[in-house]
Write a protein that binds this ligand. Structure first.
Ligand SMILES: Cc1ncc(COP(=O)(O)O)c(C=O)c1O
Length: 410
């Protein structure tokens, strides 16, 4: 059983901070998460005691830091269940998704090939594919979503055909929080000889991950959404796909040799994708974050977040002035509107009571058209949130009105 009061003591951001004079309640965890002290310590320790570059220096300290860097890669590999050569470090999920779309897509797609995706994509998993489609003359097609926004296996089956070469979708939608049946999807995608690219930005921080069991081809995620620092992300790719894929940045660290005529021989994965000096301290922070999350247990985190989400939904679903769009989702994301109130005005009012929620389209602009609304409010919960915080939030929502949100009589 997860001991939330004990856990909260690990997070400096949860120790008595205020917003607008009220205790800070942070429900914007899908945007980024707070960091436990162990992560902060790992970052500071690099700068205090080990502040040298990796994979370049022929002196002891550089060897030690390089070894620690590769140990951290091993930690990530174990966490998502793959080989360490299959873990590429990037600056975040966006960079990882761009790397697949450009590095794999531009090399392997051709005219009339199909990139199959959904209308629930975050901009970071659709704009690079739009661009790749333009460059290769491939076509983008969409898997129809159910009316509540869910992605079903049946609809994927119907959308598949022989020209589909890549299917790219979120494991968990950052707007609606539904979990896609990723293992079953991979099976269908592979029946057609296509590859499956999974945007794991909202899943890896919240549920157990097993890329080998799921048999996905690529998976991307960001450290900062799972208690690690900003500036570090991961692209997992199956080794044979990584070998057959081009890097999108070239430079120091990724090449084995080059000569005056411009011949370049790249290193093997993952190094061929990691040109330049990486965010070394951020990776040490990611390792500390993974150790921290693993210590709590990803199953426990998943179950607790779902419990919190259900608790919140059970309290607000009877409010006639609130519309909840994703009651059935099994994760900690609650997407809703206060009827007749512009979401950003509502969020500003909610903030005036010390509570941080997100408002807008959440970078999934096409999904908003599908949902028949231009924007929503989103409360995204994490394992350090409590039922008491939800109670305080419910009280703010209970009597939210347009008059309170907008100074109508100004
Ligand atoms: C589903 C999804 N994909 C991709 C991203 C991009 O992540 P980052 O901004 O860390 O690159 C996000 C961020 O919100 C996301 O929610």
């Amino acid at each position: 059983m997860l001991d939330v009061n004990h856990i909260r003591k690990d997070f400096p951001m949860l120790s008595g901070k205020k917003m607008q004079g009220f205790p800070l309640i942070y429900f914007d965890n899908a945007a980024t998460t707070f960091k436990p002290q162990s992560v902060i310590d790992a970052v500071v320790s690099y700068y205090t005691d080990q502040s040298v570059n990796i994979h370049r220096g022929d002196y002891d300290l550089s060897y030690q830091v390089s070894q620690a860097y590769e140990d951290a890669r091993e930690t990530v590999a174990k966490f998502i269940r793959c080989k360490s050569e299959e873990v590429i470090f990037t600056s975040g999920a966006s960079a990882s998704l761009n790397l697949v779309a450009y590095g794999w897509g531009k090399k392997h797609l051709k005219e009339n090939d199909v990139i199959l995706t959904t209308e629930a994509e975050h901009a970071s998993n659709i704009l690079p594919w739009f661009d790749t489609a333009k460059a290769t003359k491939a076509l983008i097609e969409y898997i129809p979503l159910e009316t509540d926004g869910q992605l079903t296996l049946e609809n994927i089956r119907k959308a598949m055909h022989s020209r589909v070469k890549v299917v790219t979708l979120p494991h968990i939608s950052n707007v609606l929080g539904y979990i896609a049946p990723i293992k079953e999807i991979a099976e269908v995608v592979h029946e057609y000889g296509a590859i499956l690219v999974v945007d794991g930005a909202q899943s890896v921080p919240h549920i157990p991950t097993d890329v080998t069991d799921w048999d996905v081809d690529f998976l991307s995620f960001s450290g900062h959404k799972m208690c690690a620092p900003t500036g570090i992300g991961v692209l997992y790719g199956k080794l044979d796909l990584l070998k057959a894929m081009d890097p999108v940045t070239l430079g120091g660290g990724s090449n084995a040799r080059f000569d005056v005529t411009g011949n370049i021989i790249m290193k093997n994965p993952p190094f061929k994708f990691e040109s330049g000096t990486p965010a070394i301290e951020a990776l040490f922070g990611l390792k500390a974050a993974i150790d921290y999350l693993s210590n709590i247990g990803m199953e426990e985190i998943m179950n607790y977040e779902h419990e919190l989400k259900q608790y919140l939904v059970s309290k607000i679903q009877s409010f006639s002035h609130i519309t909840v769009y994703n009651k059935e989702a099994l994760t900690g994301i609650v997407t809703f509107n206060a009827n007749g109130i512009f979401a950003q005005d509502a969020a500003t009012y909610i903030s005036s009571r010390g509570i941080a929620v997100r408002s807008g389209h959440h970078c999934a602009k096409i999904l908003m058209d599908e949902m028949g609304t231009t924007e929503t409010l989103r409360a995204s919960l994490y394992f350090y949130n409590t039922k008491e915080e939800i109670d305080a939030f419910v009280e703010v929502l209970r009597d939210i009105t347009l008059e309170k949100c907008v100074d109508l009589f100004f």
